[in-house]
Design a protein around this ligand. Structure first.
Ligand code: PHE
Length: 341
């Protein structure tokens, strides 16, 4: 009985070595104390009790205990190193294993389209500027030749914050703000959010983006106006895109036009998206009304210009075939990730 006793203990220690090789940092520290602790370590105690054993047994047990002590010390050192470097001994790193993908975030498709549009106009000499979303009736309507009793003021169904103060219904007030502050030549594009009392359905939202454009200089003609917008459409869509100008009405431009491009879905053949017309409207535009120039302190006898306003959400929908504007506001990652690079 007493003969088997130290041997059983030694074999129990030997069995813990396998466990030790897999231990985490906390367990490893516990093992050190349990096995090699100066006072109560299991191996320490066995080695200390050697002198109580019969001489013939002493030698064999002593040898085995010292051998185990070395093995335990080596295993602990190896495991410490492994935990420290993160390497797993005996298993080669698989260099062909795909890396874990880290989601870095991405630009929203509408923001990307706005940046792209402003960049194209930058090539034509337009600077990018912004203006306030909280506006006065004066800038949103009056200075733009929209009298307050005019159907256009009403048509745009405005969110009022207090009498005379409102959320801008379009980015056109920035035209007036810019003309008042700067002398021609003026060439600006103005991206920003606008607000209207509209439904929230597949094609409407009470808050949406616009990009305003304004060019004022001496000698700007209808030809330059058409050429600039034609250039834009061909750069943004494709070089073979047909652009068409249809007569329209805005109080702040004269003449006014609706600018349309060949339907991107059917290439002009006619489909449900373009309501079988082959064309899609991308902006309202026109030559700046002389009354607007005058309201903003610019001499209409000397200067002329053109202005335009477009909806980046609509243009994003046309380009990517997105059927519902709400998809651009819901921020569903499954939708947005399709636009990530
Ligand atoms: N402000 C007009 C709108 O919101 C668009 C427009 C801008 C039209 C500039 C002509 C010139 O509908």
């Amino acid at each position: 009985m007493s003969e088997a006793f130290p041997n059983d203990q030694l074999e129990a220690v030997a069995r813990t070595i396998a466990e030790l090789r897999e231990a985490d940092a906390v367990r490893l520290t516990q093992f050190k104390v349990e096995l090699l602790g100066r006072k109560n370590g299991r191996l320490t105690q066995i080695l200390r009790s050697l002198s109580t054993l019969p001489p013939d047994e002493r030698r064999a047990v002593g040898q085995r205990a010292n051998q185990l002590k070395r093995e335990v010390e080596e295993a602990i050192a190896a495991r410490e190193k492994e935990l420290h470097t993160g390497a797993k001994s005996g298993v080669a790193a698989d260099l062909s294993m795909p890396g874990r993908q880290v989601w870095r975030g991405a630009i929203h498709p509408v923001t990307a389209v706005i940046d792209e549009i402003c960049e194209i106009f930058r090539e034509l000499g337009f600077s990018r500027v912004t203006g306030p979303e909280v506006e006065t009736e004066e800038y949103n309507f009056t200075k733009l030749n929209i009298p307050l009793d005019h159907p256009a003021a009403d048509m745009q169904d405005t969110f009022y914050l207090s009498p005379g103060v409102l959320l801008r219904t379009h980015t056109s007030p920035v035209q007036a703000r810019t003309m008042e502050r700067y002398k021609p030549p003026i060439r600006i594009v103005v991206p920003g959010m606008v607000y209207r009392r509209d439904a929230f359905d597949a094609s409407h939202s009470p808050v949406f983006a616009q990009i305003e454009g304004l060019a004022v200089d001496e000698g700007i003609t209808f030809v330059e106006f058409k050429a600039a917008l034609d250039y834009f459409a061909k750069r943004f869509f494709s070089p073979d895109t047909t652009v068409r100008f249809r007569p329209s009405y805005f109080p702040f431009t004269e003449p006014s036009a609706e600018v349309e491009v060949q339907c991107q879905m059917c290439k002009g053949g006619g489909c449900a998206t373009c309501q079988y017309t082959g064309f899609l409207e991308i902006m309202g535009a026109g030559m700046v009304h002389p009354a607007v120039l005058e309201n903003c302190g610019i001499d209409p006898e000397r200067y002329s210009g053109y202005a335009f306003g477009m909806g980046p959400e609509r243009i994003t929908m046309l380009r990517y075939g997105i059927p519902d504007i709400r998809m651009l506001f819901e921020n569903d990652m499954r939708f947005l990730q399709q636009f990530a690079e």
